[in-house]
Every structure is written in structure tokens, then in C-alpha cells.
Design a binder for this molecule. Sequence first.
Ligand code: SF4
Length: 316
Amino acid sequence: MNEKIKIGVSSCLLGNEVRYNGGHSHDRYVTGTLGQYFTFVAVCPEVEAGFGIPREAMRLVGDPEAPRLMTTKTKKDCTAKMMSWVKPRVKELEKEGLCGFIFKKGSPSSGMERVRVYTDKGMPSNRGSGMFARAFMNHFPLIPTEEDGRLNDSALRENFIERIFALRRWRLMTAERKNPGNIVAFHTAHKLQIMSHSIKHYRDIGRLVAQGKKLDIQSLYEQYETLFMQALSLKGTVKKNVNVLQHMAGYFKKQLSKDEKQELQEVIEQYHQFYTPLIVPVTLMNHYVRKYDQEYLKKQHYLNPHPIELKLRNRA
Ligand code: SF4
């Protein structure tokens, strides 16, 4: 579990000089902060597909759902050359066991979304995805993906990193022999995390697990993984977190004094009113879980979904 988690990254974000002009787009948050926990598989579609450095800049042209990759000045169509590399490369990445991918924003090869696509007359719209990024996301729909620009948004960043750590735990569990008991244990430890994203998924997954013994084991694992990763991709709001925190508070009805209960409610309410970040009520909850050795809650990944040093719950 302490091994670094493997994720894919657009090569230029790591500081590699692979851009069309021989430059890079080094992202220090990726290499400096995330690099402490993640190990990177670098992918530069344009260099790996054989376009060289330096090379003429390219852009997407035509239908945003199925655009062509064209050089900007000489108008050379590079689609076939790129796609003949994309298909086997995406397949090859299956072997890497990636738990996420960080793409380079805006790139006609690597951009995840809102990439400019031009009409044949040169009018742009922001409706495309880079050719490699699109193929990757289609092939691995459950692997968390983000791009460098969106990682500056604290909510998106937290959600992305939370999903990477969750997928890693799932992969570690599925590496063991498949049986319904392992799914039950995994699900029990993730109930509150799922609840903090989607009550609907919490109920649907609960039903799936309850029927587990009647289902084909392979199908159970596949359905669970799909629902679990879909649940976590939904935004965790203050309201949803307050619901989870109140649910947890219910476990301490007997142990906490009147004053402690009041303090806990005040701390949850301060978070509810956006005066304090999530880490504040979660820290108090962790304190009580430890103090009263609360068996069920101490196994909940909701309380520690990712390393505290990443400070992902410190925004109000
Ligand atoms: S955006 Fe993608 S294709 Fe362009 S230099 Fe970076 S990794 Fe290579």
C-alpha cells in the first residue's frame, strides 16, 4: 500500500522538452507534490507517433466528435498517422495498471475536453478532445482523468486524487482471490465515502452487495467497480458531507457528554455555513473515533481518503 501509485501523464507536464517548439510545460504541482505519492508513465502522442521535435503545430478540424488532426500552416492531414499509433498504444497501457491520467490542457492530441476544433473555414469551437485523450478515456472509462488546468480548481483536484487512491485500494483488493466476502469487507469500509458522493449509488451498491452470493463472481466485481467509480466521480458537496458527518455523530450518542455533543454539532454547523473547511469536523470526528475506539468508523476510508499532507480538505 505504501508503494507509489502509477498514473499516466502527458510528457511535457513532467518537464520533458517534447512540445512542437522543443519546449516543455512543466507543472510543479504534478512533479513536486503529486510526485511524492505517484509514479508517472509519460506519454507524448505526437513524439511517440513519429512527428519529431521540433514539428509543425497541429490542430483539430471538422466534426468535434470525429475531428481530423491537421498541421496549422501546411494543412497536412496527420489523422491516419496519429491513429495508427493511438490504437496499439492505448491497448499497451493496459499492462501498466494505471490508476489515473493527467492530460495537457488544450492539446489536439492530449487535451481532455474543451479542445479547440476548427471548421474548414477556420472558425473555432471548444468542443473537442485530443485524439489520444479521447481514445484513452473511451478505452478506460473508469480510470480517473484530469488535466493540468482543472487541477488548479481545489474541488476538482480533491475529487480526482480521492478517486485515484480509491481505485488503488480496489485494485489491491481485486488482486486477491475473488469472493463475495472481500467485496462485503471493501464495501463496508467505503460506505461513508460513497455516501458523501451519492446517496443513490450508496443504495444501489448496497443492493448489489446484498445479492452478491447469487451473482456470478466476475459480474459482481465488474458491476461493483463500475458503480463505485461512478459514485466517486460525482461531486462531494458540503450538504452531502454534512449528511455523512451527522450520520457519524449518531455513533457517539452514548459516549459523548452533553457539552461534547454540542461542540460537535457546532463544528459541523460551522462547516455547513462555509466558515471552516471539511478537515475541521473530520479531525474532531477522528479524535472521537480514536478515543472511543469506534470499530465501524475507524475502518471508514471517508475519514482518511488520501494523505493529509496533500491538504485537500483544507479549503473552506
Ligand atoms: S501536449 Fe501531448 S502531444 Fe503535446 S507535447 Fe505535451 S505530451 Fe506531447
